[in-house]
Structure formats: C-alpha cells, structure tokens
Design a protein around this ligand. Sequence first.
Ligand code: ATP
Length: 362
Amino acid sequence: MATVELVNVAHSYDGGTTYAVRDINLTWEDGVASALLGPSGCGKTTLLKIISGLLKPSEGQVLIDGQDVTAQSPRERNVAQVFQFPVVYETLNVYNNLAFPLRNRGVDEAEVDRNVRAVAEMLELTPYLKKRANRLGAAEKQRISMGRGIVRSDTTAVLFDEPLTIIDPHQKWHLRRKLKELHQRLNLTMIYVTHDQHEALTFADQVTVMDAGEALQTASPEELHTQPAAPFVGYFIGSPGMNLFEGKVVVSGIQLADYHLALATDLVEGSSVQVGIRPEYIQVSKDAHEGWFAATVTRTMLTGNALMLELASDSLQLKAIVPEESPLQAGETVYVHFPHDKVLLYSSRKDGGKRLETQVAV
Ligand code: ATP
C-alpha cells in the first residue's frame, strides 16, 4: 500500500464559477484507516474521484508515494474503488468475479488462485465461490466488490464510497467489522467516505470532516470530539452535537445574551465570538448556585443510558446530557453552568469560525 497526498487541490465543475472542493491539503499515510465525513454535497465523492483518477482536479496535484500521478489514469494509479452499489459480473461465479482484476492484469493462474482463496476466506465468501453472483444477496455482492478491491497485491489504496448504504442495518455492523478486520490484517491504506458519523468514527483511526467543499479538520475520533477545530465539526460530531452560542467579549468574561460567562481571556473587549460546549459537559442542578442561570426543561429524552434535556432560558436554548437517573421532567426549572475548562471559543461566523486558543479559566 502507499501514502496518498492531495496538494492544493480544488475542483470546479462549471469552469471556475463555483468550486465543489477547494484548498485541499491532505495526507493519508501508508496503512492508515481513514474516513472522509460530511453532509451530502460537501464534496466527498469529488475528492474520491480525484484520488482514484476518475476526475482530474481543476487545480493542484495528487501524489502517491511522493510521485505526481495527477495526469495518470485510474488503471495506472492502481487505486481500487468500492461504490455504494456492488459492482459484480452477475453471470460469473464468485471465484471468477474475484479473479477478474488479476486475470485482467495477466497475473499467472497459481497466484490468481492463491489470492482469490485468501480473499474469499477473509470475506467469508468461501462457501459461495462456485455460486453465480446473481444468486446472492446485496451484502454478499458488496463483499465480492470489496474482495475485488483488495485482491491485487499491487493496489496502492482502497477507496470506499458509502459502501454500506444499501445493506440491511443488522448486516451493516457485520460488514463494518469485516472491513476493520481486513484493515488490521492487511495493513491497507483505506479511505472510507460517508455522511454517517457512527460509520466513520467506528471504522477510522483518522477522520477528515468536510463541509461546503473544505476539509475542516483531520484528527482521531476522540480529538474531533474534545477539540473540534471549527464550530461545524463540533456540531456535526456528537449526538446531539455541540451547543453553539453567539457572544460578546466583556470585562471579565463573555456575555451570552443574559448569561455572563465569567472567563478571563485576552480577547479584545467588544469583539464577537462563538462559544461551544458539548451537551455532556453542561452542569444542571435543581438548586440555584451563584453564577448559574435559570432555565426550563422543555423536553426530556432517554438516549442509551443517559437523559437528554432540551433547555430554554429567557434568551438561550441548549441541549444537555445528564445521568439517566436524574429526576428531571419537562416544565421544571433548573440551574445551568458551563464548566470553564470545557468551553471552546471560536471567532465569529463572519471571521470564519476559527478556534481561539486564548481562553483562561477563572
Ligand atoms: P453526496 O454524499 O450527496 O454524494 P458528496 O459530499 O459526495 O455528496 P459531491 O458529490 O462531491 O458531494 O458534490 C459536491 C458538489 O459538486 C455538489 O454541489 C454537487 O452538486 C456538485 N457536483 C458533483 N458532481 C457534479 C457533476 N458531475 N457536475 C456538476 N456538479 C457536480
């Protein structure tokens, strides 16, 4: 496998009027399991096509192991792609489907046989080797597609474009586990595209979050959760996502509508900021405390082993996650506090929503 790099990549489908992706500088190290995560239309598929060679970027370079392959065809790059819908030869049996990419390259039959049987074993396809693909279900067909992606030993990277979309929910878990297992056994460079954070965060060690054509942050699942580099990342990752508020820097703190968040910063007084805090870090009490603000519980919802609260004060609306056994009900008044060490500050939307590293707790 190989290291894949995008350098200053941008792509416009309309001759430069609008850009589907821009300012992309990303590296996928050899053998890393990665994901590209973002909402529909953010440019994930465009990036995958640029990596595989199906699309030549309007600007920038694609490097594989340091070599500029921007002008090379998909075949020359040896990048395998697995799509949403399984790509199989319906009338061929599973063995011949898996053998196809090897025979196509003139690999000798002994090696074809070795590789096909090894891949079939890993993907639990051995019992089906003699069966025609058209007699199998969607999950098995997608396993054949994956097998075709990894069967060649000269593959540089395997790209997965929402490969579990059409798979039944109970089979998804199994296939995702298989993919993870494949990665661990073969040490493949894998890039997995999805709009589903659960899929991305369980599969990948390194996740790139995209929005509106930009790569906002590349980090481990844990870092995306605790240190989101942009408000969108905080909001998109997590269930529910990070609470975000518009605020103004004032003497000894930040004013969020009626709530004075006592937090010493070296930010310029009067400047606008965005304040982020994850629902699970918000403190909620039935008792009043100095510096906490009053809010009404507008809704409660059990989520797994926690209780999600929707809260509204006179001026703020937010979500908090508290232990399941908290005896709180809709209509009750509670008191709310944002622990200083859990508050994240970003520049205002008009200044690009960049993470501000200047906060000092008081
Ligand atoms: P989805 O998850 O819905 O597939 P995506 O994140 O993969 O979305 P892309 O398919 O890369 O996003 O699309 C990015 C932008 O480029 C969108 O605005 C889309 O409408 C536009 N786009 C994609 N393909 C083409 C095309 N062939 N011609 C013109 N515009 C396109």
